[in-house]
Design a protein around this ligand. Sequence first.
Ligand code: UD1
Ligand code: CA
Length: 460
Amino acid sequence: MQNLITVILAAGAGTRMKSDIAKVLHKICGQTLLSYVADAAKKAGSGEIIAVIGHQADQVRESVKDVTFVLQEEQLGTGHAVMQARPFLEGKTGTVLVLYGDTPLITAETLGKAYETHLRDRNQVTVITARVSDPTGYGRIIRDGEGRISSIVEHKDATDEQRAINEINSGMYFFEVPALLRALEGLKNDNSQGEYYLTDTIEAILSDNGSAGAYLVDDSSEILGINDRIQLAEAEKIMRNRIIHEHMRNGVTFILPETSVIGPNVKIGRDTVIYPGTLLEGSTRIGERCIVGPYSRVLDSVVCDDVHIMNSVILESEIGSKTKVGPFAYMRPGCRIGSNVKIGDFVEVKKSEIGDNTKVSHLTYIGDALVGKNVNMGCGVVVVNYDGVKKHQTVVGDYAFVGCNVNLVSPVEVKPHSYIAAGSTITDEVPEYSLAIARSRQTIISDWVKRKGLDKKSKD
Ligand code: UD1
Ligand code: CA
């Protein structure tokens, strides 16, 4: 395949979003609009990707890797935007793909097919077009007597007859580099908006004896551009269905699928069941035969096979097979949980390791700890990891039994096979096979209630 470079136009203000965030950094299914466009270009075979940025340029620059940025200080039109990428195109052969940063639904598959058509027909330019029921606002595709594209007329510059055409310009094109550079040379802004229109390059290329083609997409939703929050929600709905349907085709069950959001890079194993209200985000991988949800969020985590996660939040952590999490557990970044572990209700775990078969069943906080295998953490155990200045580590050895309501004041070590009595506050090492009791003994004061005159019965 010959060399393909992509130029993504992303300098516009996005005024209708009414936002302090750059439009292309708004997200659908957990990823920015710009990242979808860049990924589609990459998957379609593009090497270099150049983004033309303007408004909120610094934010945009920091948001993606493997993209070269050029600044368009003043937004004088789509043609002017592409002119900013000239330094990267001069002296090159090959093809340029032009995309918009706010059109995230375009697929690599469609781009690939349009590129094939472009190369096969030896076009200097191939425009990606769509038929839509309401073409208002879009550039219209004008075809000659033989059905070949002859120009694009912007809505504002179109006659009534032209406005009746429902084939529209998606704003995405494949250009041969030398033909594009020549066409940009002669671009003028003598139109109703006083802008340099990229669309005028079609006529320029044709009058330069070049050939132009149009590639009509099957599904016009792929070219949906996002200008406001309503379109953002519509695009998310389409993307959400696309992603979830793909998982269903691969053997994942969704209960009330319209309530779950799965990121585009998430992997889910077969026979896993996703219950309502589940968000799986970032680079999350879920194994086979898992049950996730209802109402759970898993971000950038690895979950092995046969795991159950109920009403819980898991961030940047790893969970071994057959482990049960929740309901209402909170796993903060940096946890490594073994196999067949129980992290029960109202348990919070942060930056800790927990070994195989360990049970942490209820109402517990574990922070900065190394907990071994086959440990039992009773109800209400707190790892006291913070002294007000620094965080410290606690180590709990294999087969240790930590009673209910125990405080482990870090740094402290509980050696393997030891027991800690309920209600103890542990500040010193607990040796192997020992019992630690760290609480005051119970005292009984006989008839205290009567002597104090607090006996309720005698008052009746
Ligand atoms: C453009 C097309 C129109 C097409 C429509 C599809 C032109 C002249 N018109 O119209 O035929 O049907 O897209 O959505 O090309 N941008 C820049 N710098 C600029 C101007 C625009 O980066 O100076 C970016 C915007 O951020 C946006 C994209 O280019 O992502 C399209 O710009 P927009 O002004 O929305 O173009 P339209 O007028 O909608
Ligand atoms: Ca637009």
